[in-house]
Design a binder for this molecule. Sequence first.
Ligand SMILES: [Zn+2]
Ligand SMILES: [Zn+2]
Length: 347
Amino acid sequence: MPLAYEIRNGYLLWIRNPFTGVISYAVELRAKSFAYTLRRHHSHAERPPPASLDPRLLHQALENCPFCLGHEDRAPNEIMRLLPEQVAHWQGARALPGASWVIRAFNNLFPRIPGELTAGKNESYLIVEDPRHFLDQPRSLNDLIYTGALGEEHFFAVMGVAAQLIKQALDNTAIGSVVVRKNQGPESGASQPHVHQQVIGAPSILPALEIELRAQREDPTLWEKMVRLASELELTIESADGVISYVNPAGTFPQSYDVMAPRFFGLLSELPQHQLRSFAGVFYRLLAFLGPLPLDYEIHQGGGLPLHAHINVRRFPYSNVAGTLNIPRHLPEIAARIRRQIGAGRK
Ligand SMILES: [Zn+2]
Ligand SMILES: [Zn+2]
């Protein structure tokens, strides 16, 4: 269905998601309290240190974690690893001197799609993004390392590993499409606290991509229109080297962002290195702004789609009422705040 929306007196009143048909109504949410939704997510720095966090609890969490350093034998056979000297500016060197890896990849013990459907091979992969489990000086068991804390070069290396796994999955002729997926925080469906993401090969075009391709066939200028609308509404965050990020008012969640290479119709694994760096950079700076908030992201690619990622943040409560969502009317202010912070970080 076509992209439909209404702008009145300069602000967006409503917009319909061109893929799902869900309508997002922009309403005043500034006075609304989100204390209940966000009670678990005061930032690391804001929270006072507890009188006593039992070090045995921290130790136990590390001991139980299959993705921590020294527990390599608890995961399926390793496919790939990057050594500390292969990840520029790795920030964990001080906390974990002598670490034998920084990024590791292996098959997911629990494949998303049964191997029987992909020529008898498990084509679900897991990337452990860092051997560190907790942030420096954790104040609670929730002070976990998150992707936005890794550093830009490190995230570029994680994207490089994802690109390698995409290639590997596509070597299997039974694979029709590959998606990169992250769940950050239990609210987004993460089942492991240790920072990781997934690469999933599927036997056919994945349903979400199929729906996007259908909409793109109906209106080949759809993505351009989205990018232009974001610009018109002052929702663009960055635009660099053919990669754009913006607040998506018609996202799946009330706070969603897109990172897009609107003129690149290939796979992440086909991006030239300099553009992969730009894509990873624009993507990372947004993740760094979002910090440890629960979120998911998915990289959509292939079949003639422009390469893009959707980031869905659990910042505002998700409450879908009969196919409608509420988005905050002050989205342009949110975008401006992100632009300022990203700009300040790059000076
Ligand atoms: Zn761990
Ligand atoms: Zn998409």
